[in-house]
Design a protein around this ligand. Structure first.
Ligand code: SF4
Length: 490
């Protein structure tokens, strides 16, 4: 029997007792990211100082923007006697000093464990300030032991729609729930909606808030993003499309309470998934696909054909958020590559179902790592080689160990700059993705004229790396080149 708890044991244990290097973030982090796209919103973490510091630290080093996350700064005493005085004081301070349009109060592991009634404390504050001009306040329960950033994001969007949604006259808009995506991807979706002639309420719009111009003040609340008025208008839309299948609770709520049609996914990445998104939008607003969009689609097809010879049969391991992993798996399959290992950090039936659908489409069964971490991915890579990793910065050590390049997408990316400008959504975003990924492969596996390097050449030839974000500087002497045994994987 394997002795997995004995650190001296050399047995290959199937680790089940802990998460070693997670591919997920904590639950309030997802809620904070959703709130970053709301105009004039101030997130407040009801917990210890470290929780808010952790969020700020991760967000700032990824987006390289000033990020405001307030904290109720609980101490040992408040843990014993309850966090109400700290929360009341924080609500007062934020209202007086920053005067945001909204304060969203996220619980943490600590405050959910001691049982603080955040909704009740907010009501107490509001009752004590009747008649005064205080911000809107909403509670969001986000104990991290009961979910990841994925659930946190979903709960935040639901809380916004539940709190602010009001039925009035039809607005002929489509609510778009974005999921955690980069500002540049967010902008791609907005551009595509514009090209289609569709009006949208973006839930929530980080395209400006997390990729803004240089500003003298780092302490101002952002004046861009989705307004509370727009969120109020969501029950009057034609439909809600959630680009994340794991963040569709607000869509379901609007369907149930206001009969707004709800469509869940997929993330529009690659030809097939973007086609589905485009057709959904065109059907909802009753238009044909515009010529410009058809042309962009054709240019993505052209990019796929141009790059195909370099990418064909490359084996890829992808890790990260389930919607992103599946979407990228579809995209790289369209590029002729093989999604050999798909890893996500949360339990998700939808993730498994989506992989089954992908398997049928491409006639290949990927290795599925669901509710797993980067340690599990490493164990799998010990027995199943791949040519390329796609995921966040936490996989850099694996890329080093296995001498393969890492194409960085997802969150967090703290070891490169430009994370807010990473693009792969839609037809035009897809073109940039194909170019960047193929150029990485050319840099890594091909010589200066674009001829495939042999195993021997790869072992001795340091490669020059040109891509500013997704380079492979940390893995310059690849010893795991293309091997023809891949044919046996089919
Ligand atoms: S996991 Fe819990 S304790 Fe840690 S930062 Fe997140 S909410 Fe705070």
């Amino acid at each position: 029997m394997n002795d997995c708890n004995n650190p001296k044991s050399e047995e290959n244990c199937d680790k089940k007792f802990a998460v070693v290097n997670p591919t997920r973030m904590c639950q309030p982090m997802g809620a904070v990211q959703a709130m970053m796209g709301v105009k004039g919103a101030m997130p407040l973490i009801h917990g210890s100082q470290g929780c808010a510091t952790y969020m700020r630290f991760q967000l700032i080093r990824h987006f390289r923007e000033p990020i405001e996350v307030a904290s109720t700064s609980l101490s040992e005493k408040t843990v014993i006697y309850g966090g109400e005085p700290n929360l009341l004081k924080a609500l007062k301070n934020i209202s007086e000093k920053q005067n945001p349009e909204m304060i969203c109060v996220m619980s943490s592991c600590l405050t959910d464990t001691i049982g603080d009634d955040i909704g009740g404390i907010i009501r107490k504050f509001e009752d004590a300030n009747i008649g005064l001009d205080i911000p809107e306040m909403i509670p969001i329960p986000t104990p991290s032991y009961a979910g990841s950033h994925i659930e946190g994001y979903d709960k935040a969007i639901l809380a916004l729609v539940e709190h602010f949604g009001r039925i009035s006259t039809s607005n002929n808009k489509i609510n778009l729930i974005m999921g955690n995506m980069s500002p540049a991807n967010n902008q791609e979706v907005k551009n595509l909606m514009n090209d289609l002639g569709a009006k949208a309420i973006i839930l929530t719009d980080v395209s400006e808030t997390l990729d803004g111009p240089l500003n003298e003040s780092t302490l101002e609340l952002h004046q861009e993003g989705t307004s509370l008025k727009e969120i109020e208008d969501t029950p009057n839309s034609i439909a809600t499309i959630s680009l994340s299948k794991h963040a569709d609770s607000a869509g379901k709520y609007l369907k149930e309470h206001f009969n707004v049609e709800s469509i869940s996914g997929p993330l529009p990445v690659g030809i097939k998934n973007t086609d589905e998104f485009v057709m959904n939008v065109c059907d909802l607003i009753g238009v044909d696909v515009p010529k410009k969009v058809e042309r962009d689609r054709g240019r993505l097809q052209d990019a796929l054909v141009d790059a195909h010879a370099y990418n064909y049969r490359k084996k890829v391991a992808i890790y990260g958020d389930p919607d992103t992993v599946i979407a990228i798996a579809h995209m790289i399959s369209e590029m002729g590559m093989i999604p050999k290992i798909l890893c996500t950090g949360i339990k998700s039936e939808r993730f498994i179902e989506d992989i089954k659908e992908l398997s049928r489409d491409i006639n290949f069964n990927p290795i599925i790592l669901a509710d797993k971490d980067i340690y599990d991915l490493e164990q799998t890579l010990n027995n199943h080689s791949v040519d390329l990793l796609i995921g966040n910065a936490y996989g850099a050590s694996l890329a080093n160990k296995f001498n393969i390049p890492l194409f960085r997408i997802g969150f967090p990316i703290f070891d490169r700059i430009g994370s807010q400008r990473i693009t792969f959504v839609g037809y035009t975003g897809g073109i940039r993705f194909v170019d960047a990924l193929t150029n990485m492969i050319l840099d890594y596996y091909y010589d200066a004229e674009g001829y495939k390097l042999s195993k021997e050449e790869l072992s001795f030839t340091p490669k020059s790396i040109n891509n500013p974000i997704n380079d492979s500087n940390d893995t310059i002497n690849p010893v795991n080149p293309i091997d023809d045994e891949i044919a046996n994987s089919y």
